[in-house]
Design a binder for this molecule. Structure first.
Ligand code: NAG
Ligand code: NAG
Length: 413
């Protein structure tokens, strides 16, 4: 019971605690939390020697600037391959995209998509996001080089990785590639299908905040609601106690100084990179100016935007403009793609920026009651709620429908 409670509340706690010190890292912290959860959980009741073996890790040489053919610079991008379930070279490939943090072998071993692979004899590949984890270009994180960090660059990496890995692993050209991801990487999965439908067959986007927003005050409304919901084991007193302990651990000056460090080994957790992406693409600043908001210590929007200026020299108006551009480029909550399944938990504050209702017959949405951020991706546990189990079944069914149709088309039926 205790584990179930920690699972439900953990992400909310993490988000809230971190809020006062480095607001932009909220989503990244969540990603780390989800990854730790996946990597620390046991693989199953009877792992056996094969299950304990680590998947192959590799490095892809990628263009630093994929949009400028005369720029020959490159960097190494880390990936993992789990071919244990791969049944034939024209079987599907499940591509697990990394987001705003390091990725690990767990991405291809535990939770979904790995758990879904045996049913289709799928090859599972995990791809770390450029500028995070160990996939950081040699020049480090100085502001000039961060120009090459954006979701558009990340999607270009997905395309070249798909082509290079197909060749390297001898994947059939008719194999359907399905992208998976959670949180920001969930948005990337949906956008990979949206922008490259000839290369990416479908996508499962978990807790994907596809709408960029400068002032994300709705975040705290969901948190307040979730905190008082006994279904996820919430209680305001727990949470406020924790806030009192952790909130003031960093001063503003310390935070700014930390975020200005450009050597990857110091800021390898990715705060600086993610702050850059919030300043140049997404916003997502969690504010708390409503008197009913339980987290009165959160800084107001101008103070959060000031970080973009102090750390990267980016003006408030440029941040606002970038957020608007992101939504016009990807379509916000009506992306107009096909064959994307959006999965969310209604206890997760980020669901309000995602797609929670089907958009026509080929964009489906699943809103799992009382589930928190990316919970559907975590490995199955005996303590999983019936709603979560049902949710996972729906993901399975959706894939079955898509892949069955694909098999028939490929067989000419
Ligand atoms: C493209 O790369 C070349 C060679 O590095 C450089 O001189 C040029 O300024 C770049 N163009 C753009 C638009 O970045
Ligand atoms: C790739 O697969 C095809 C079809 O099975 C096979 O003929 C070919 O030899 C394979 N190539 C490599 C490099 O393994």
């Amino acid at each position: 019971m205790a584990a179930g409670r920690a699972l439900g509340l953990g992400p909310l706690l993490l988000l809230s605690l971190w809020g006062a010190s480095a607001p932009a890292s909220l989503l990244r912290r969540l990603g780390e939390h989800v990854r730790r959860l996946r990597d620390s959980s046991s693989p199953g009741p009877n792992p056996g020697p094969a299950a304990a073996a680590l998947p192959a890790e590799g490095w892809l040489q990628q263009a630093l600037d994929p949009f400028n053919a005369s720029d020959g610079r490159s960097f190494l991008q880390r990936y993992w391959v789990n071919d244990r379930h791969w049944a034939s070279r024209d079987g599907p490939v499940f591509l697990h995209l990394g987001g705003e943090g390091s990725l690990g072998p767990g991405a291809v071993m535990r939770g979904h998509p790995a758990a879904l692979a045996p049913a289709w004899g799928a090859l599972v590949i995990g791809l770390e996001h450029r500028f995070y984890g160990l996939s950081i270009p040699a020049g480090g994180l100085d502001t000039a080089q961060l120009r090459f960090l954006s979701s558009r660059h990340a999607l270009a990496d997905v395309v070249s990785a798909r082509l290079a890995l197909s060749r390297l692993l001898n994947v059939s050209s008719s194999s359907p590639w399905v992208c998976f991801g959670g949180s920001y990487a969930g948005s990337l999965a949906a956008w990979a299908r949206l922008k490259f439908p000839h290369l990416i067959f479908a996508a499962v986007a978990s807790s994907a905040p596809v709408r960029a927003v400068l002032d994300f005050s709705a975040y705290n409304e969901v948190v307040s609601r979730s905190l008082t919901s006994t279904a996820i084991g919430g209680s305001p007193e727990v949470v406020l106690h924790g806030l009192g302990q952790k909130c003031l651990s960093f001063s503003r000056a310390e935070t700014v100084a930390q975020l200005r460090v450009t050597e990857p080994q110091v800021s390898s957790v990715g705060d600086r990179q993610w702050l850059y992406q919030t300043c140049t693409e997404f916003g997502f600043y969690v504010t708390c100016e409503d008197p009913r908001c339980p987290f009165s210590q959160l800084p107001a929007l101008p103070s959060q935007l000031e970080l973009c200026e102090q750390v990267f020299g980016l003006s408030t108006s440029s941040v606002a403009q970038a957020v608007a551009q992101t939504n016009s480029y990807y379509g916000g909550q009506t992306p107009g793609s096909t064959q994307v399944l959006f999965v969310n938990g209604d206890a997760d504050p980020w669901h309000v920026l995602s797609v929670t209702q089907a958009l026509g017959p080929s964009v489906s949405a699943l809103l799992i009651p009382s589930a928190s951020h990316c919970l559907d991706m975590a490995p199955e546990r005996p303590s999983d709620s019936p709603n979560l189990r049902l949710g996972r079944q729906s993901i399975f069914q959706q894939l079955r429908t898509w892949l069955r149709v694909d098999t028939r088309i490929r067989a000419g039926l």
